[in-house]
Every structure is written in structure tokens, then in C-alpha cells.
Design a binder for this molecule. Structure first.
Ligand SMILES: Nc1ncnc2c1ncn2[C@@H]1O[C@H](COP(=O)(O)OP(=O)(O)OP(=O)(O)O)[C@@H](O)[C@H]1O
Length: 274
């Protein structure tokens, strides 16, 4: 795997804190298909990492495993030093995680999907307060105060009473970002969050995410084909192919001087609009 020293430097700066996410020989198979093949990688606290690679290379699977929407076939995923894919039994051995354990661990992680997935029958404010009230146990008032701060952050203070169907795709996605942040996750997963949007709405969503990246220390894992955006928000890019990382580096280096032929081919295809 090709790496570069600048990316290594970013890693050593935060190394003392230990990884916030660690994939340890993670295998994910669907029947005969091996999607992730003994995958090892880790992410430092506060780091922003972009995952790129051809369709089917396993990027979304990684995010879905972190959201506990999927289970590993083999290997262990660690989050903040604790197992995510497994739990410890009374003897300290790793055993498959049960639902109650997963529910606790899941609170640390927020995800924004390509399709915004808002609750259509609830107004914007309720979309954001629902999980903090029902999952974190906040009072409705506390949750509303937090939701209004977040609506300001995403530039939608005037929309708290609107229903999702009255909003543009870009506005809906900004509500989805606020909703994810309302749970105060330590890790935010972004899965092609602008690819379902009309081109003129992309910049608003990206600007909100740039602001969040520069004003918070939240750790981010980002799947995107928008190389400018990846360059703006992330410190490290991981290039996947067939369930393995084949190259990694800073966005500046990897996008301008990709070392692996498969990375060069992929970036050319993205630039040509595939
Ligand atoms: N539930 C499932 N059952 C069977 N195969 C699946 C399932 N989910 C994903 N796959 C397969 O796993 C492979 C990896 O999918 P994944 O969505 O992680 O790739 P990706 O890199 O995110 O691709 P894209 O850029 O197209 O979103 C693909 O071949 C996909 O068809």
C-alpha cells in the first residue's frame, strides 16, 4: 500500500489519544462475495477521513458496519477502545454483541445518508428532537433548545415548523445533518450526502459540513465522489479497491500524484464524470 509522510505526520500528532475507530482484520462476506478482506485501518480522534474507490469496493459497507446495520463476518471493530462488533462476557472474552449493547454503542455514532430519510409526518423540529427525547431521555424543552441551535448552524432557523415535503432536497439534507448532530455523536458518517441533490443545492450542504468540520472536533468518515469537498474537509484519503485499501495519503498528494495505477484510473474516471 502506498502512503506518504505528511499523512503519517497527521497520525502521529493525535496518536497519544488512541484511535477512535479501529478495524482489526475485518472480513465482511455476503454468501460467496467477499466485500471486505481482512481490512485494517484506524482513525484518530477528530480526524476527517474520506473513503474513495470504485462502485462495489466496500465503502458503504464500512459505514453500515459502524452504524451496526450489518455484522462482521470475522475480525473486530473497535470504537473508542471498546469493541463495537462484539461485547465482553463476564470472563472478559469477546462474544457477539447483543441488541442492548449495540444500542448503547450506536449512540456514539451518527450517520447522514444519501437519501435524507426524514420522518415525513413530523415537522423539522420534531425530526431533530425525536431521538434525543426517546433515546437520550432529554426533556422536550432541552431537546428543542439544542435543535434550534443546530437549525441555526445549518441555516434553517425559519423552517422549524415546516414538514419535509415542503423543503428542497438540500434543505432536507441539512435537517438530516442537524438530526444526526442532535445526538451529540463522537463520530459522524457521511455517505454520499450530496449525490441525490440537484447541482445548485450541493454547495449549501457542503458549506454546512465545512463549517461543522472547522468549528467542532467531531471525527468524520466521509464517502464522496466530490474531490474538492474531500480536499476541503479531510486530512486523509483512503483509496479502496475490492475490499482493501490500496493507497492512502493527504488529499493534496493523493489527488495530484496518485501512485497506484488503479487510483489513477479511478480519479480519471471521476474527473470525466464516469
Ligand atoms: N445486503 C447485501 N447483500 C448482498 N450483497 C451486498 C449487500 N450489500 C452490499 N452488497 C454488495 O457488496 C459490495 C460492496 O457494496 P458497497 O455498497 O459497500 O460498495 P461501495 O464501495 O459503497 O459502492 P458504491 O460506490 O456503488 O456505493 C457490492 O458488490 C454490493 O453489491
Amino acid at each position: 500500500m502506498a502512503t506518504d509522510t505528511t499523512a503519517a505526520q497527521v497520525e502521529t500528532d493525535t496518536q497519544a489519544l488512541g484511535p477512535v475507530v479501529n478495524f482489526d482484520k475485518v472480513v465482511k462476506r455476503y454468501g460467496e462475495l467477499t466485500v471486505l478482506d481482512e481490512l485494517d485501518f484506524s482513525v484518530k480522534p477528530g480526524e476527517r477521513v474520506t473513503l474513495i474507490g470504485p462502485s462495489g469496493s466496500g465503502k458503504t459497507t464500512i459505514l453500515r458496519l459502524l452504524m451496526t446495520l450489518e455484522k462482521v463476518t470475522d475480525g473486530v471493530i473497535w470504537v473508542e477502545g471498546e469493541p463495537l462488533s462484539h461485547m465482553r462476557d463476564s470472563g472478559g472474552e469477546l462474544v457477539p454483541a447483543n441488541e442492548a449493547y449495540l444500542r448503547q454503542m450506536r449512540k456514539r455514532i451518527g450517520m447522514v445518508f444519501q437519501q435524507f430519510n426524514l420522518f415525513p409526518n413530523m415537522n423539522v423540529l420534531r425530526n431533530i428532537t425525536e431521538a434525543p427525547v426517546h433515546v437520550l431521555g432529554l426533556s422536550k424543552d432541552e431537546a428543542a433548545v439544542r435543535a434550534r441551535e443546530l437549525l441555526e448552524l445549518v441555516g434553517l432557523s425559519d423552517k422549524e415548523n415546516a414538514h419535509p415535503s415542503k423543503l428542497s432536497g438540500g434543505q432536507q439534507q441539512r435537517v438530516a445533518i442537524a438530526r444526526a448532530l442532535a445526538m451529540r455523536p463522537d463520530i459522524l458518517l457521511l455517505d454520499e450526502v450530496t449525490s441525490a441533490l440537484d447541482p445548485e443545492l450541493v454547495a449549501d450542504v457542503q458549506n454546512v459540513l465545512r463549517d461543522i468540520a472547522s468549528s467542532t472536533d467531531i471525527t468524520m468518515l466521509i464517502v464522496t465522489h466530490e474531490m474538492h469537498f474531500a480536499r476541503d474537509v479531510s486530512q486523509r484519503v483512503l483509496m479502496f479497491d475490492k475490499g482493501k485499501i490500496i493507497e492512502e495519503g493527504t488529499p493534496e498528494r493523493l489527488f495530484s500524484e496518485p501512485r497506484e495505477e488503479r487510483t489513477q484510473k479511478f480519479l480519471r474516471a471521476v474527473l470525466e464524470g464516469r
